[in-house]
Write a protein that binds this ligand. Structure first.
Ligand code: SF4
Length: 341
């Protein structure tokens, strides 16, 4: 899996008022990437492509360099208090990805260059809650690690949180391009999580992301660099042979990490879910997907903004939780299981 390089870059004029905006412009010019000016990302209607699917693919390799105007952070339960907005969109093609609906018809990648303003806002939230710790999640709207070799905005955020007394950062990734983050002065304030899954799920539903082995190699590197490490098993999916599939996942994980010192290893578990609008979009964008989106096999759970989700029925969810928790306890007795949702 090669590190991401956009095929097309849009730059909002205000982005050039910030050092990172200018730096990215120079960088993409030097790489010979096509750059277009845009007054606002909302005006990017003319992405190349003859039909919607083609435009969608182009959008996934398009980067918009812009300014984050809304500085009110969203909440991010259960893993953190706030979502810190560094970027939106992702070049991965995971069939189940919830960004397909949350980003609507703007699936391109936006990166924000007004980092100092974002950090100032984060500091306000930290002040309001101190002496309580305030946790910020950086991967709510993108896979930030996957683009950070270009922007280094995650690296700056890691170092910013490292300097705070009460701020903590966390994010999750399916990419292995972590080398530039290894020397960041994190001060133990950033939890580096990797998304892992059974072979079946990775093979059928996660095109355009790093392989399981690459993610594990990256996890070893960041553990060596002293980061607190975690794994997010998501989405947990009941495919044929799922018990054996997930058992094998933990066997491989444990074999690969056994010689490492992982004092605060954590696991989070998220069962597969989908909404009705998501199902429509997934079927359009990935018409051959094997992802089972049959509502009659699921339980409806009321959600925010009146859009409910289809999750596994209570007994199935309980079985998933108990089975995976037992594997974690078997292979990683010292680890914390943070939640199953
Ligand atoms: Fe979505 Fe994460 Fe896959 Fe990117 S890597 S497409 S953010 S699930």
């Amino acid at each position: 899996m090669k590190a991401f390089m956009p095929q097309l870059v849009y730059i909002e004029p205000q982005a050039l008022d910030y050092p990172l905006g200018r730096e990215l412009k120079e960088k993409f010019e030097a790489f010979g990437v096509e750059i277009r000016q845009t007054t606002s990302h909302n005006q990017i209607r003319d992405l190349p492509g003859d039909h919607e699917l083609q435009k969608y693919r182009v959008a996934k390799s398009t980067m918009v360099v812009g300014v984050r105007r809304t500085l009110k952070f969203d909440t991010s339960k259960p893993s953190a208090e706030y979502a810190i907005p560094l970027a939106t969109g992702c070049m991965g093609h995971c069939h189940y990805c919830y960004l397909q609906t949350t980003l609507g018809n703007k699936p391109y990648i936006r990166t924000y260059v007004n980092l100092d303003e974002i950090f100032a806002q984060a500091e306000k939230y930290i002040e309001e809650r101190k002496p309580e710790i305030t946790r910020f999640e950086a991967a709510c709207t993108s896979d930030i690690v996957g683009i950070d070799h270009l922007t280094h905005s995650l690296k700056k955020t890691i170092e910013f949180m490292g300097r705070t007394e009460y701020g903590r950062l966390r994010f999750v990734t399916k990419f292995h391009h972590v080398d530039h983050l290894l020397d960041a002065r994190h001060n133990g304030h950033t939890r580096f999580r990797f998304s892992v899954n059974s072979r079946y799920v990775i093979k059928h539903f996660e095109p355009g992301t790093s392989s399981f082995d690459q993610r594990l190699e990256a996890a070893r590197k960041v553990a060596d660099a002293g980061y607190p490490v975690g794994f997010v098993v998501a989405p947990i999916y009941m495919h044929e042979g799922w018990r054996e599939g997930y058992l094998e996942l933990f066997e491989r994980l444990s074999a690969s990490l056994k010689d490492l010192h992982l004092p605060s290893l954590s696991f989070e578990m998220i069962q597969h879910r989908f909404t009705k609008p998501a199902k429509k979009v997934i079927e359009k964008r990935y018409p051959k997907t094997k992802l089972d989106l049959d509502e009659t096999k699921r339980k409806y759970k009321w959600g925010k903004y009146g859009i409910g989700k289809y999750v596994y029925p209570t007994d199935d969810a309980k079985e998933l939780e108990e089975t995976l928790s037992s594997y974690i306890k078997q292979f990683f007795p010292q680890a914390d299981i943070l939640y199953f949702t």
